[in-house]
Design a protein around this ligand. Structure first.
Ligand SMILES: *[C@@H]1O[C@H](CO)[C@@H](O)[C@H](O)[C@H]1NC(C)=O
Length: 246
C-alpha cells in the first residue's frame, strides 16, 4: 500500500525531536540484570546493546521502530527491515521472505525479532478472490518463524497482530479497506494467534487487541490503515510491555 505520508512524516519527525518518554524503572532493572550477567565493564555493556529487528510492511517502515528506539534507549538497537505491501503469502507482488530487507534481517544477528505482517495478506486480491489461502498463510508464517529461529543468534520471536483498520478515514478505496478490515479481523488475525500458539518459542503481541480495546480510535490512524505518531506511540507501548515482560 503505497500512500504518500508527507504530512505524517513531518509530524513524525517532530515527534522524534522530543523524548517520547524515559525508560521505566523495570526496564532499567531488566537491562541491569542482563548486562551484569554477561559483561564486566560499561564499555562491554554498550557494545552489547540488544539487537531488535522489526519485520513488517509500511506500518513498520513509516512508523514505530524509530519511536520504539527512543523509548528503549541506548541499550537496544532497533532496526526496521520492512517492505511496503509485504505479505506472508508467497506469489503476491511483495512476498516478505523474498525481499532484500528480509535478507538483510537474516544477516543482522538479531536478539529479538518483531514480526508484524498480515494486513496486506488480507487484501481482496489475495485473501478473497480465489478462495481463502488460510493454509498457505499459516504454513508460510510458521516457516518464517522457523527460519528466524535457526539463525546463529537464536532470536526470540514476537508475533504481532497488525493494528485495526478504519475504512471511514480513507479518502479513497473505502470499499477495499472495509473488505481488508473484515478479512483481517475474521480471517488473518485468528490465524496469527494460532501461529503464535503453535510455534514453540514464539510469543504473541496482540497489537490489534490492545489498540482496539484501550481507546481504539480512528483518530490514531492517518488514512485508515497507516497510523499517525500518536498511534505509533501507542503501538510502541504495547511492544515495550512485551519486551519488558520477557
Ligand atoms: C472478506 O470480507 C468480505 C467482506 O466482508 C466477505 O464478504 C468475504 O467473505 C471475506 N472473505 C473471506 C475469504 O473470508
Amino acid at each position: 500500500m503505497h500512500h504518500n505520508l508527507t504530512d505524517d512524516e513531518a509530524e513524525y519527525r517532530q515527534s522524534r525531536e522530543m523524548p517520547v518518554f524515559s525508560p521505566t524503572a523495570s526496564l532499567l532493572l531488566l537491562l541491569a540484570a542482563l548486562f551484569s550477567a554477561g559483561t564486566s565493564s560499561a564499555e562491554d555493556a554498550s557494545s552489547a546493546a540488544l539487537r531488535l529487528a522489526c519485520a513488517g510492511d509500511s506500518n513498520t517502515i513509516k512508523g514505530y521502530p524509530a519511536i520504539l528506539q527512543s523509548m528503549l534507549g541506548d541499550d537496544w538497537t532497533v532496526d526496521a527491515y520492512a517492505t511496503g505491501a509485504a505479505t506472508v503469502l508467497d506469489g503476491t507482488l511483495q512476498p516478505y521472505r523474498r525481499s532484500d530487507e528480509y535478507r538483510s534481517l537474516l544477516a543482522s544477528s538479531p536478539d529479538v525479532v518483531i514480526i508484524m505482517l498480515g494486513a496486506n495478506d488480507a487484501r481482496h486480491q489475495y485473501w478473497d478472490l480465489n478462495g481463502t489461502p488460510a493454509h498457505e498463510f499459516k504454513q508460510g508464517y510458521l516457516e518464517l518463524i522457523r527460519e528466524l529461529q535457526e539463525l546463529d543468534s537464536m532470536p526470540e520471536i514476537l508475533v504481532a497482530t497488525p493494528p485495526p483498520i478504519y475504512p471511514g478515514r480513507a479518502a479513497e478505496g473505502r470499499w477495499e479497506l472495509a473488505r481488508i478490515r473484515d478479512n483481517l479481523t475474521d480471517g488473518v488475525i485468528p490465524l496469527i494467534r494460532e501461529v503464535a500458539a503453535e510455534a514453540e518459542g514464539a510469543t504473541l503481541v496482540d497489537v490489534y487487541g490492545h489498540m482496539s480495546a484501550s481507546g481504539g480510535s480512528s483518530s490514531l490512524s492517518l488514512d485508515g490503515i497507516h497510523y499517525n505518531s500518536a498511534g505509533y506511540r501507542k503501538m510502541c507501548g504495547v511492544f515495550e510491555a512485551a519486551l519488558i515482560a520477557d
